[in-house]
Design a protein around this ligand. Structure first.
Ligand code: FMN
Length: 381
């Protein structure tokens, strides 16, 4: 198994993650919905666009910093929210958020995180966003918002692309559902990874930390929590709910999961700070546009009126450059840092960030750009 210092790219981290994690967990990260056409499709979409460099430009000093959701970040890439990160390494969200802070970029904690809002705030000195799913119990959403204010989070993101659960067959094959009912294949997947099992048994159990207080003491906590949260997803959420959330919060706000220019226009009308163009990493509507494919029409509709984040399929620095050239403010990623987390905890996440930072910098030099605002439509076809 290659060591972290021998890792050359995100795919190397993925290979280590595959070897280290029990199969149900690796497949939970790696998989998508239905035929999973969007998982690789999100990456491949970048291949259809080509960069156009300009030469004989002084690129001795390159500044990759930019501004997102009210904070300056050191590069145009940050960490999207992912649920239950502590399943992949016992240091979980704490490790991820610390690596993000060290890299001077944003970390988004998921509603389904296995670490509390307060613990992430204590661990992470960098920019922090809390990602919300609006729950049937609006009191819980109100409570999340208040806790984020008290813990000095910088922004909120509302994920809108899960109106109903999607069909994820890799999860079903192992019985890795909500709540988990592992079948033989699932149990066997854990049995052959004793190192992971040892770490899991010698650390506190991963659970949905931000809703743990909603389950009565003494009940089988992890199962009841999963059941609770699965029942809390609200298929009747509308734009009015988002506007209510924005008025309760009153700070930088992102809507995550937009693919249509018409929705982008509504989001701008509601006053969002940022639109995260995303198909949820290919985990929701299979066959939907990829973020990169949707980007151009959304930039045409609302470019300059709010920040536009390209989320999904980023595996190389040049993918970030292509998104910026198409008009994105910045990009976000999920799996690349989760593979890093599984491969080596905080150091693995730092490695993912370091690799992509170096690739973005090299790409900017090769493109002939020394700052993010110099990257524009003339650099892409
Ligand atoms: C294992 C996993 C869990 C995720 N959990 C959440 C979540 O809780 N909330 C959310 O808004 N998005 C979630 N996402 C989607 C990510 O925020 C992001 O949109 C996606 O990973 C981007 O695609 P990429 O993995 O190709 O970078 C999850 C993604 C993965 C891979």
């Amino acid at each position: 198994m290659p060591k972290l210092d021998k890792v050359l790219n995100i795919e190397d981290l993925r290979k280590i993650a595959r070897r280290k994690l029990p199969a149900p967990l690796f497949n939970y990260i790696d998989g998508g919905s239905d035929d999973e056409s969007n998982v690789q499709g999100n990456v491949d979409a970048f291949g259809n666009a080509k960069l156009i460099p300009e030469y004989l430009v002084d690129v001795a000093n390159i500044d990759m910093s930019t501004r997102v959701l009210g904070r300056e970040i050191s590069m145009p890439l940050f960490l999207a929210p992912t649920g239950m990160s502590r399943l992949f390494h016992h240091d979980g969200e704490t490790a991820v958020s610390k690596a993000a802070a060290d890299a001077d970029t944003y970390y988004c904690l998921s509603t389904l995180g296995a670490t509390t809002i307060e613990d992430v705030a204590a661990a992470c000195s960098g920019p922090k966003c809390f990602q919300i799913y609006v729950m049937k119990d609006r009191g819980l959403t109100r409570e999340f918002i208040q806790r984020c204010k008290d813990a000095n989070f910088d922004s909120l993101a509302l994920t809108v692309d899960i109106p109903v659960p999607s069909n994820r067959e890799r999860e079903l094959r192992y019985g890795f559902s909500m709540p988990p009912k592992l079948n033989l294949a699932g149990i066997a997947g854990f049995a052959v990874k004793p190192a992971w099992v040892y770490q899991a048994l010698t650390h506190p159990q991963a659970q949905l930390a931000n809703v743990a207080h909603k389950i009565p003491e003494g009940s089988s906590k992890s199962t009841s929590l999963m059941e609770y949260i699965a029942n809390q997803f609200d298929p009747s959420v509308t734009w009015d709910d988002m506007e209510w959330m924005m008025s309760e919060w009153g700070g930088p706000f992102a809507i995550k999961g937009i693919l249509s220019p018409a929705d982008a226009r509504k989001a701008v009308g509601a006053g969002v700070t940022a639109i995260m163009v995303s198909n949820h990493g290919g985990r929701q509507l299979d066959g939907a546009l990829s973020a990169f494919e949707a980007l151009g029409s959304i930039v045409d509709e609302v470019g300059g009126e709010c920040e536009i984040i390209c989320d999904g399929g980023i595996r190389r620095g040049t993918h970030v450059l292509k998104a910026l050239a198409r008009g994105a403010t910045a990009c976000s990623m999920g799996r690349p840092y989760l593979f890093g987390l599984a491969a080596g905890g905080q150091a693995g996440v730092a490695k993912a960030l370091e690799l992509l930072r170096a690739e973005i910098k090299t790409g900017m030099g090769l493109l002939g750009c020394t700052s993010i605002d110099q990257i524009s439509g003339k650099h892409i076809t």
